[in-house]
Design a protein around this ligand. Sequence first.
Ligand SMILES: Nc1ncnc2c1ncn2[C@@H]1O[C@H](COP(=O)(O)OP(=O)(O)O)[C@@H](O)[C@H]1O
Ligand SMILES: [Mg+2]
Length: 295
Amino acid sequence: MIESIFDNILELPSASIAERTKNLIGFESKFERIFSNLKLLLDQEGLIEWSKKFHKVELPIIGQLKDKYPLIILAGDAGTGKTVSAEAIADRMVRELKKEGFFLKLNTRVRGEGLHGQMGNLVNDAFSELKRQAGKRRIAFLLIDEADAIASTRSTMQMHQEEKAAVNTLIQKIDEIRELNGRAVLFMSTNRLHFIDEAIVRRAAIILEFERPIKEERIELFKQSLEGIDFSTKQLEHLAEITGPEKNDGLGFSFSDIRLRILPEAIAASFPDKELTYEILTETISKIKPSPQII
Ligand SMILES: Nc1ncnc2c1ncn2[C@@H]1O[C@H](COP(=O)(O)OP(=O)(O)O)[C@@H](O)[C@H]1O
Ligand SMILES: [Mg+2]
């Protein structure tokens, strides 16, 4: 059962995730924001101790902090780094807290089979495993990737009874993980935040928005991925320019467009008998269009 409902089961900390995190542009500021928020939820006991130590009482606000849930929603267009960031955040979090962790990624194909009646079961099974893994010194993370299909708003008229039931189950399970006192964290990623049920959105401790890279980030991405080739500042600027929104009808290239489409194609045009040049790169970019935005 476990293998079939999860795409991926990872033990944390993981050296390979940490290695990949190094190449994630803009990760540090995202992580800072999540960690400063989440440490309040993950360490309720510590917070009460802190309050008593410095203020002699348990400040009322501490009780109110509990109204939030260890739920992080990652929202943004395709290819903006939601999935890689979920793993990176989980890995970094266990390192910061000096704990061990378990990362479960719900298998989206199972969900995609469309047997609506089974979605509720799937959610139930995933959370039982999450609870089972949330051991004493271990933090268990569950990623429901591309959660739109499970978590769409209950008010949609055409929604099947079974789908509504699955959303309700999900809300109930989110409520239950609070009882695990910070040993379980749920990530949900979505391309369409406005489709996610508002009761779920309201519970999220953090909604992290992912965007396509801005100019500086595109420069950084080319620079970092091609370190060892000596491009001038001007050339890097130009690569960033021609992959930006101004030169592409208002919508620039995504992180994955650059990393997983432009660069591999440019390499394919060079390998095995030519060096990878600036000209090959610009030529490749001119033949590729940014992936369309998901609305
Ligand atoms: N911040 C980033 N810095 C560098 N590369 C990134 C970044 N975000 C995404 N990528 C690249 O894009 C690819 C797709 O990211 P992914 O997490 O699958 O996007 P999403 O889940 O939002 O569709 C990653 O494998 C990585 O190569
Ligand atoms: Mg993804």
